[in-house]
Structures are given as structure tokens and as C-alpha cells.
Design a protein around this ligand. Sequence first.
Ligand code: HEM
Length: 183
Amino acid sequence: MYGMVNRALQELLVKEHGESTWHRIKEEAGVDLEEFSSMASYDDKITYDLAIAASKVLEAPLDQLLDAFGRYWVEFAQASSYAILLEQAGKDLHEILPMLNELHTRLALSFPELQPPSFEVLEDTPEHILLQYDTFRPALAPFVVGLLHGLAGMVGTPIEVDHVQAKGDEHDADVFKIRFVSA
Ligand code: HEM
């Protein structure tokens, strides 16, 4: 994945746990790069190894860490030069979620090797949205749950998210049910 992703993970871990813990995590992951360049594409294994090492060093479940990273990603993106893409995607989740593919397609103009996920809104009602997520990358569903909470925080709408269908032998994509709840 592009270095931007690894940089965001580094930023979150340094912010929450300090530089020395970050160095322990990098060591545990066997990553000896001094820094990541946002615009360079790295092997996905680096991102996975860092997340797995963080889970080990922090003694926190990997899913919980990926969820926190998803939430943080929205903050990180809002503070980046790509914030405009989020702003233009819409004012609420009904508008933004159908635009996720378009958002990544526009990003591919800056990141030519981008291998983005694919989303599809299957159902949209005032009470809930059913969102399908597909990717060739494994085990990122908890990251998506965090991203959805991050987006909901951005637009000021409290939600609950259920992972109602998991990709596997029976299903070829993940599905999330996003329920709008009163504050
Ligand atoms: C301006 C905002 C955003 C930027 C700059 C951005 C950028 C990126 C980048 C660079 C990657 C790595 C892909 C690669 O290097 O091949 C990525 C992956 C991903 N993005 Fe976004 N993204 C944004 C918003 C979102 C939002 C709002 C979602 C919402 C649900 C999302 C979902 C994902 C997921 C799930 C992945 C993991 C890759 C996979 O599933 O295969 N992104 N994004």
C-alpha cells in the first residue's frame, strides 16, 4: 500500500504510545526503514507486519487496533491535501458512501498504482444503510468498521455498525449494516 497508509499508522501509534514504543513495534515487525514516503508504493506485507507487531507489543487485539486505525484515518485524511475529496463526497453518509469508489478513482490520478477497495450501497433507508465491501486483501473488515465510525463522527451522526456478512466460503464480499441511532 502507499506510504501514506504506513505514515498514518505510525502517526497514530506515536501519538498514542510514544516514539520508543513505535521503535519497538518496528523492530518486532522487522521493518528497518527510517520513514515512509507518502507517494511511494510499499509491499502490503509491511503494513500487515506493523499492525500485527503493534497488536503484540501493545497486547491489544488486532481487530481493535484496525478499528482505531480506521477512525484515525478519517482524521488523518481530513488534515491531508486530499481533504477536498472527502468534502466533495457529500454532507452525510447517504451521500458519501455511494461516492467511495469515485473518491478512490480520483485518488488514482495522484497514486497510479493504487489498488483501491470496492464498495456498493445495497440498501439505503432513513434508518439504515447496507454497504458491501470487496477487496483482494484479507482481514480488513475491522478497519472498515473504524472508517465508518470515523466518517459518522466527521458528519456528526451517531451510528452503530454490524458486520452482517463476512467474506468466505459462502459469500464473496463483506456486508455492513450501518444503523442510525439517536445520540
Ligand atoms: C481523502 C480520503 C481518503 C484517502 C486519501 C484514501 C486513500 C487510500 C489509500 C492511499 C489506500 C491504499 C491503497 C493502495 O495503496 O493500494 C486506501 C485504501 C483503503 N481505503 Fe481509502 N482513502 C480515503 C478515504 C477512504 C474512506 C472514507 C474509506 C471508507 C470506508 C476508505 C476505505 C479504504 C479501505 C477499506 C482501504 C484498504 C484497502 C483494501 O480494502 O483493499 N478510504 N485508501
